[in-house]
Design a protein around this ligand. Sequence first.
Ligand SMILES: *Cc1c(COP(=O)(O)O)cnc(C)c1O
Length: 466
Amino acid sequence: MKYVSTRGQAPARSFSDILLAGLAEDGGLFMPEAWPQFTADEWRSMRGLPYAALAARVMAPFMAGSINPATLLHLCEEAYANFDHSAIVPLLQIEDGLFVQELFHGPTLAFKDMAMQLLGRLFDHVLTERNERVTIVGATSGDTGSAAIEAFKGRERLSVVILHPEGRTSDVQRRQMTTVLDANITNLAVQGTFDDCQDLVKAMFADTAFREDMRLSAVNSINWARIAAQIPYYVYAALSLGAPDREVSFAVPTGNFGNILAAWAARKMGLPVRHLCVGSNRNDILTRFLNANDMTAHTVVPSLSPSMDIQVSSNFERLLFEFLGRDAKACAALMTGFRQTGKMDVPDTVWASIHGLFSGLALDDEATTSEIREVHQKSQYLADPHTVIGIAAGRKFRHPGVPMVAMATAHPAKFPDAIRAATGIFPALPPSLADLFDREERFRVVPNVIEAVEDAVRSGVLANNH
Ligand SMILES: *Cc1c(COP(=O)(O)O)cnc(C)c1O
């Protein structure tokens, strides 16, 4: 399988290449050259497979020529071995025709583990094969940083440096990062905001000498391997509910559009997916687009669901590329215009075809809190502030006779204050993290100054390599 850029100005590359590269050199995102297809009989033959085996079957075509199927199966078995539920992605019914699929049974209690646990092992495998080392740098406001640290800790060929805004992540989220003491992990608490952290990461990548010296790499949500690793759980849910002989719809609390894009990819591969529902918080650019073709970037406002506090959904570019008939030139023009004006002019015919498949619902914090309370009262289900927005979107847009599956993206114990405010219940951390607040923390406070941050990265990497 080869990969092409959504902006059309980069050569086609292999899976291993795009795994390490992340972003294409023309600024675009990588897409598979063609969509793998499974026939109805092939889908049926996957029913009842253990999750790791199902995941390997679904992902194998994306990695053909780079990772052989037996290796992929082995990596998947390892990736999902330390989840705390035997089904890995359990499916629960909470109302007539409305289901929840829990994606938070990995080590950091959020759905990012589904992809990141496999990514850590894929990086290790490819770097060993090539006898190379890399330094992964990233900025986080919470879930991505901890998922990356858990997935990459102790891996020989990698150093990981994660920047978080000092004092601006939740205590649970910070401690999930700073209590990992492996030599290859460096946590930097930046005296600034999350945006400052992101700007510092961009500045490091833009510093060519530094980038090459440190062999910088990234695992942010535009890495195609993360999308690929999110497709199998949609397949698992659909097969459990009768696919390929019955349709199913999905509702997904959405930020960068990576999770729901994987549901759409499953549909492209032949899974009978009827409808896709986007859930947003007050940062509702996607919902405004889906309802009224209004893709205008506003400033980000903090919400109860911080992992969806976005101004722009980076993976939307992939969907746009497809709905433009893979016209990379048109895609590049729309993206450049968007960057310049903060508004994207999607042609009405293109918008209409997206609108036929996707719907959006936005809830503000007040509505989120009352929805948490209501879901708990009606179904005895404790949903975190992200998950509950997906549930609300799924309830609003379901069709009679078509099961609707809402994706549960975080464990309620990650957001205990919001849950307590809504229900009076203080959700406990699961046993694996019960002693989180007793563990030793290690992080370095750095000023919001590029030179200081580069020095800290360099010394973290040196300490690991000696
Ligand atoms: C990252 C995240 C999301 C948003 O997922 P995208 O792929 O960025 O759309 C939703 N909920 C939680 C808990 C997350 O960590």
